[in-house]
Design a protein around this ligand. Structure first.
Ligand SMILES: [Zn+2]
Length: 117
């Protein structure tokens, strides 16, 4: 193989690697800037409460309850989310999804770096 061609290939490869490393830096920054996250999905249930004279027992609106559910050791687990924590828990769940996407992108980028010679 011609020497110039080899040098050209190395330069192209170095440029690609530098670009990938720049992308990686950006992704790592995005990951570090994510606020708290939590694994699971949220589901809303409508329930009748335990209060004797509550309207929910007389056909009125039922009480909305938010639950976080996730799989652990092949079992579905769930956790009640207190009303005052709905907003932040929704944000945590969204952050977890973002984190998963970022991790996939980062892993794929790492594979691209490995492919470069
Ligand atoms: Zn009630």
């Amino acid at each position: 193989m011609c020497y110039n061609l080899i040098v050209k290939r190395i330069i192209v490869s170095e440029k690609q690697k530098a670009l990938l490393i720049k992308k990686r830096r950006r992704l790592l920054k995005q990951i570090s800037e994510l606020s708290p996250f939590i694994k699971g999905s949220l589901s809303r249930l409508y329930r009748i409460c335990g209060a004797k004279n509550c309207a929910c027992k007389k056909g009125g609106n039922k009480h909305e309850a938010l639950y976080l559910t996730w799989k652990e050791d092949c079992k579905t687990k769930s956790l009640y989310v207190p009303v005052e924590m709905h907003k932040e828990t929704i944000q945590w769940v969204q952050n977890y999804k973002k984190l998963k996407t970022l991790i996939k992108k980062l892993s794929s980028l790492q594979q691209d770096i490995l492919r470069l010679r």
